[in-house]
Design a protein around this ligand. Structure first.
Ligand SMILES: NC(=O)c1ccc[n+]([C@@H]2O[C@H](COP(=O)([O-])OP(=O)(O)OC[C@H]3O[C@@H](n4cnc5c(N)ncnc54)[C@H](OP(=O)(O)O)[C@@H]3O)[C@@H](O)[C@H]2O)c1
Length: 331
């Protein structure tokens, strides 16, 4: 089969190559999926560049131990391993290989991939492979941040920083659906798009700094971390929740890690700081699937790339200007 194999760390067009590799052998509890579409997420482009360099301690010192990137997947079941009883060849599925470890997994930038059966669900018929494959990590993260971590409900005032990215476009829509008043923060080219997703207020970050404004919020989901954590915490109402959700700057040895750690360890007196994990379970995938199938939450895809141009897709995500999600399709 063809797979995009990573050799060393560096610019995507230099270190990623489309190569012939063996189809992985399916094991106990696993499913071999013929990949129809996948998406690019932050862990993918960070691991291609190997920045910040500290991530190489886990991913692999000279090159990644797992040579194929990608964790989101939509496709058809090609084979199931022993113990998998509720999926069979031909089923259309979507899910993720994500296991919280940047070094793990077979990778989905390939014609076939292996996923644990517990991390796949049936794809709703009304959802394209492209939409399903590009939605998993960003959609689950947004859903869990808004619903579970922020406990957003009717009347909650929610600010989403980075409202025009993959996580942000889902978070705005899901918070609106839960009855919140939503303020989205994005760049000038995305103001209309974020408004069209249902945001009540949109702040253009090139014109206005939300940490200096008069508005106060119950929940701030911060997908950018471009302000000192204390400044963001200061815009929370008493009892509010700050959800720092960004890898921060991607350069040097530590990149944005010091700020990420400062944000996560902050213990304000009148507010709570809580992280969100992309927890890939069937229950969470079914909840995301229901939202997408209902048509009330849309998957925003800026662009789809063919597998042969996975490097282009990764390079685009690494600009940190991607609008919604970036898909990779496999014929
Ligand atoms: N907790 C988890 O398990 C988990 C899972 C997935 C992702 N994440 C994190 O979530 C973050 C967001 O990921 P993503 O996939 O949505 O994509 P992303 O590439 O990080 O976000 C792209 C968006 O960021 C916006 N942006 C850049 N600078 C900004 C600024 N100064 N103010 C406001 N927005 C700004 C851009 O908007 P404009 O072009 O409109 O400025 C662009 O639309 C990442 O840092 C990632 O590490 C965490």
């Amino acid at each position: 089969m063809k797979a995009v194999v990573q050799h060393g760390y560096g610019p995507p067009d230099r270190v990623l190559a489309l190569e012939d590799v063996a189809v992985p052998a399916v094991g106990e509890g696993e499913v071999l999926v013929r990949v129809r579409a996948t998406g690019v997420n932050t862990p993918d482009w960070l691991t291609v560049g190997g920045v910040p360099r500290i991530l190489r301690l886990q991913a692999g010192l000279r090159q990644p131990k797992a040579p194929v990137r990608g964790s989101d997947v939509a496709g058809t079941v090609a084979a199931v391993g022993p113990g998998v009883r509720d999926l069979r060849p031909g089923d259309e599925v979507f899910g993720s290989l994500w296991t919280k470890s940047i070094a793990a997994g077979a990778g989905t930038f390939a014609e076939f991939t292996l996923a644990p059966a517990t991390q796949l669900v049936r794809k709703p018929a009304g959802l394209s492979f492209e939409e399903a494959g590009a939605s998993v990590m960003s959609g689950l993260t947004a859903l869990l941040a808004v619903r579970d971590v922020g406990r957003v409900g009717p009347g909650s005032r929610v600010l989403v920083n980075g409202a025009s990215g993959g996580v942000g476009t889902f978070a705005v829509q899901i918070a609106k659906r839960l009855g919140a008043h939503v303020t989205g923060v994005c760049g000038p080219g995305n103001v209309e798009m974020v408004r069209s997703l249902g945001a009540d207020d949109v702040i253009d970050h090139t014109v206005e700094d939300y940490t200096r404004g008069p508005q106060r919020f119950d929940v701030v989901l911060d997908n950018v971390l471009n302000h000192p954590p204390a400044a963001t915490i200061a815009v929370l109402r008493p009892g509010g929740t700050f959800i720092p959700n960004s890898a921060g700057e991607a350069k040097g040895l530590l990149g944005g890690l010091p700020r990420v750690v400062r944000a996560k360890l902050a213990r304000p007196r009148t507010a709570t700081v809580r992280s969100v994990e992309c927890d890939v379970t069937r229950e969470n995938l079914d909840a995301l699937s229901a939202l997408l199938a209902s048509g009330e939450v849309k998957v925003i895809i800026e662009r789809s790339y063919p597998l042969a141009d996975a490097a282009g897709a990764v390079a685009h995500m690494a600009t940190r200007r991607a609008r919604g999600n970036i898909a990779i399709t496999v014929r």
